[in-house]
Design a protein around this ligand. Structure first.
Ligand SMILES: [Zn+2]
Ligand SMILES: [Zn+2]
Length: 294
């Protein structure tokens, strides 16, 4: 089973449209795909058609920008209902706040001597409520301030650098509740990317579990192979479901291609078992003949 439950389309900061993503997924032998755009669900309907028409199973997903204290955490919602009112309103609130953060990033970069960053990032995002650090990164590379997108993050867009702006995202408990209320599984995205110490990780995962979190992305395109192994241990310790995702954004930009991450280590229940069970429950059963006769 080649399941890739984390990728992005042009509806957030990905480079490919749903049809192009689905074509790529088919060419790479993916059986089950989730689209997880940042804080938005607008491409899910088109993505489902594109995937299913190519014989690929599809899971509705989203990647929510949340805060645990001062630390930004990404929470994947897998198997969500994209129409659920509470989820839709929560995501809208986050998108509204993106435009303000982007303005502050533009001003901060201007102070560091880089003009036109907001306009430059907008040329990539197309819509102020989608503006992310990735769009600023593309502008900074294009304007010659760094040679690639990975390099530009370290120089300009992480804490302590000129383009970094602290921002209040959704509270962790709100993100988990929106996902659960809409019928989804809340899963910590790329847990190895937050720079937590072992003690902090233990506290964070305990909190996430208590809030109703279902799993963690054990295998991620944003992890080293060692980190995948470490998070398999954490998942077993906490009884979390395990997920697997490339976090693919686009050809030439993502170091890992769709579906090309390692297999989920043994001894971990894959989150897609639960997702597929739920999907099967939703398919209406034909009336049983005995019931009809009764
Ligand atoms: Zn993320
Ligand atoms: Zn992502």
């Amino acid at each position: 089973m080649n399941a890739d439950l984390h990728c992005h389309s042009t509806a957030s900061d990905g480079l490919l449209k749903p049809d192009e993503l689905a074509e790529r997924a088919r060419n790479r032998g993916i059986d089950l795909l989730a689209l997880t755009d940042h804080d938005g669900v607008s491409a899910l309907a088109a993505m489902r058609v594109a995937a299913e028409s190519r014989g690929i199973g599809f899971v509705d997903g989203v990647e929510i920008s949340a805060c645990w204290g001062a630390i930004g955490i990404h929470v994947l919602g897998l198997g969500i209902d994209p129409q659920h009112a509470g989820l839709v309103a929560g995501l809208q609130g986050i998108r509204d706040s993106r435009a303000g953060r982007a303005r502050a990033m533009g001003e901060s970069l201007a102070k560091a001597g880089i003009d036109g960053a907001l306009e430059g990032a907008m040329a990539y995002a197309g819509n102020p409520s989608l503006l992310s650090r990735t769009h600023f990164a593309r502008f900074l590379v294009q304007a010659g301030h760094a040679n690639d997108v990975k390099n530009v993050f370290q120089r300009y867009l992480v804490e302590g650098k000129p383009g970094y702006v602290e921002h209040q995202w959704a509270r962790l408990e709100d993100a988990v509740n929106w996902i659960r209320d809409s019928g989804g599984q809340a899963v910590v995205a790329h847990p190895g990317r937050y720079g937590l110490t072992e003690a902090e990780m233990r506290e964070f995962l305990g909190t996430f579990k208590d809030l109703g979190g279902a799993g963690i992305e054990v295998v991620s395109g944003a992890h080293t192979p060692d980190q995948n192994g470490d998070f398999a241990v954490w998942a077993r310790q906490f009884g979390f479901l395990g997920s697997r995702g490339s976090d693919f954004h686009g050809p030439g930009e993502s170091k890992v291609d769709l579906g090309k991450v390692m297999a989920l280590p043994a001894g971990i229940e894959p989150v897609w078992n639960v997702l597929m069970e739920k999907a099967a429950d939703r398919v209406p059963h034909p009336p049983h003949s005995a019931t009809v006769l009764a």
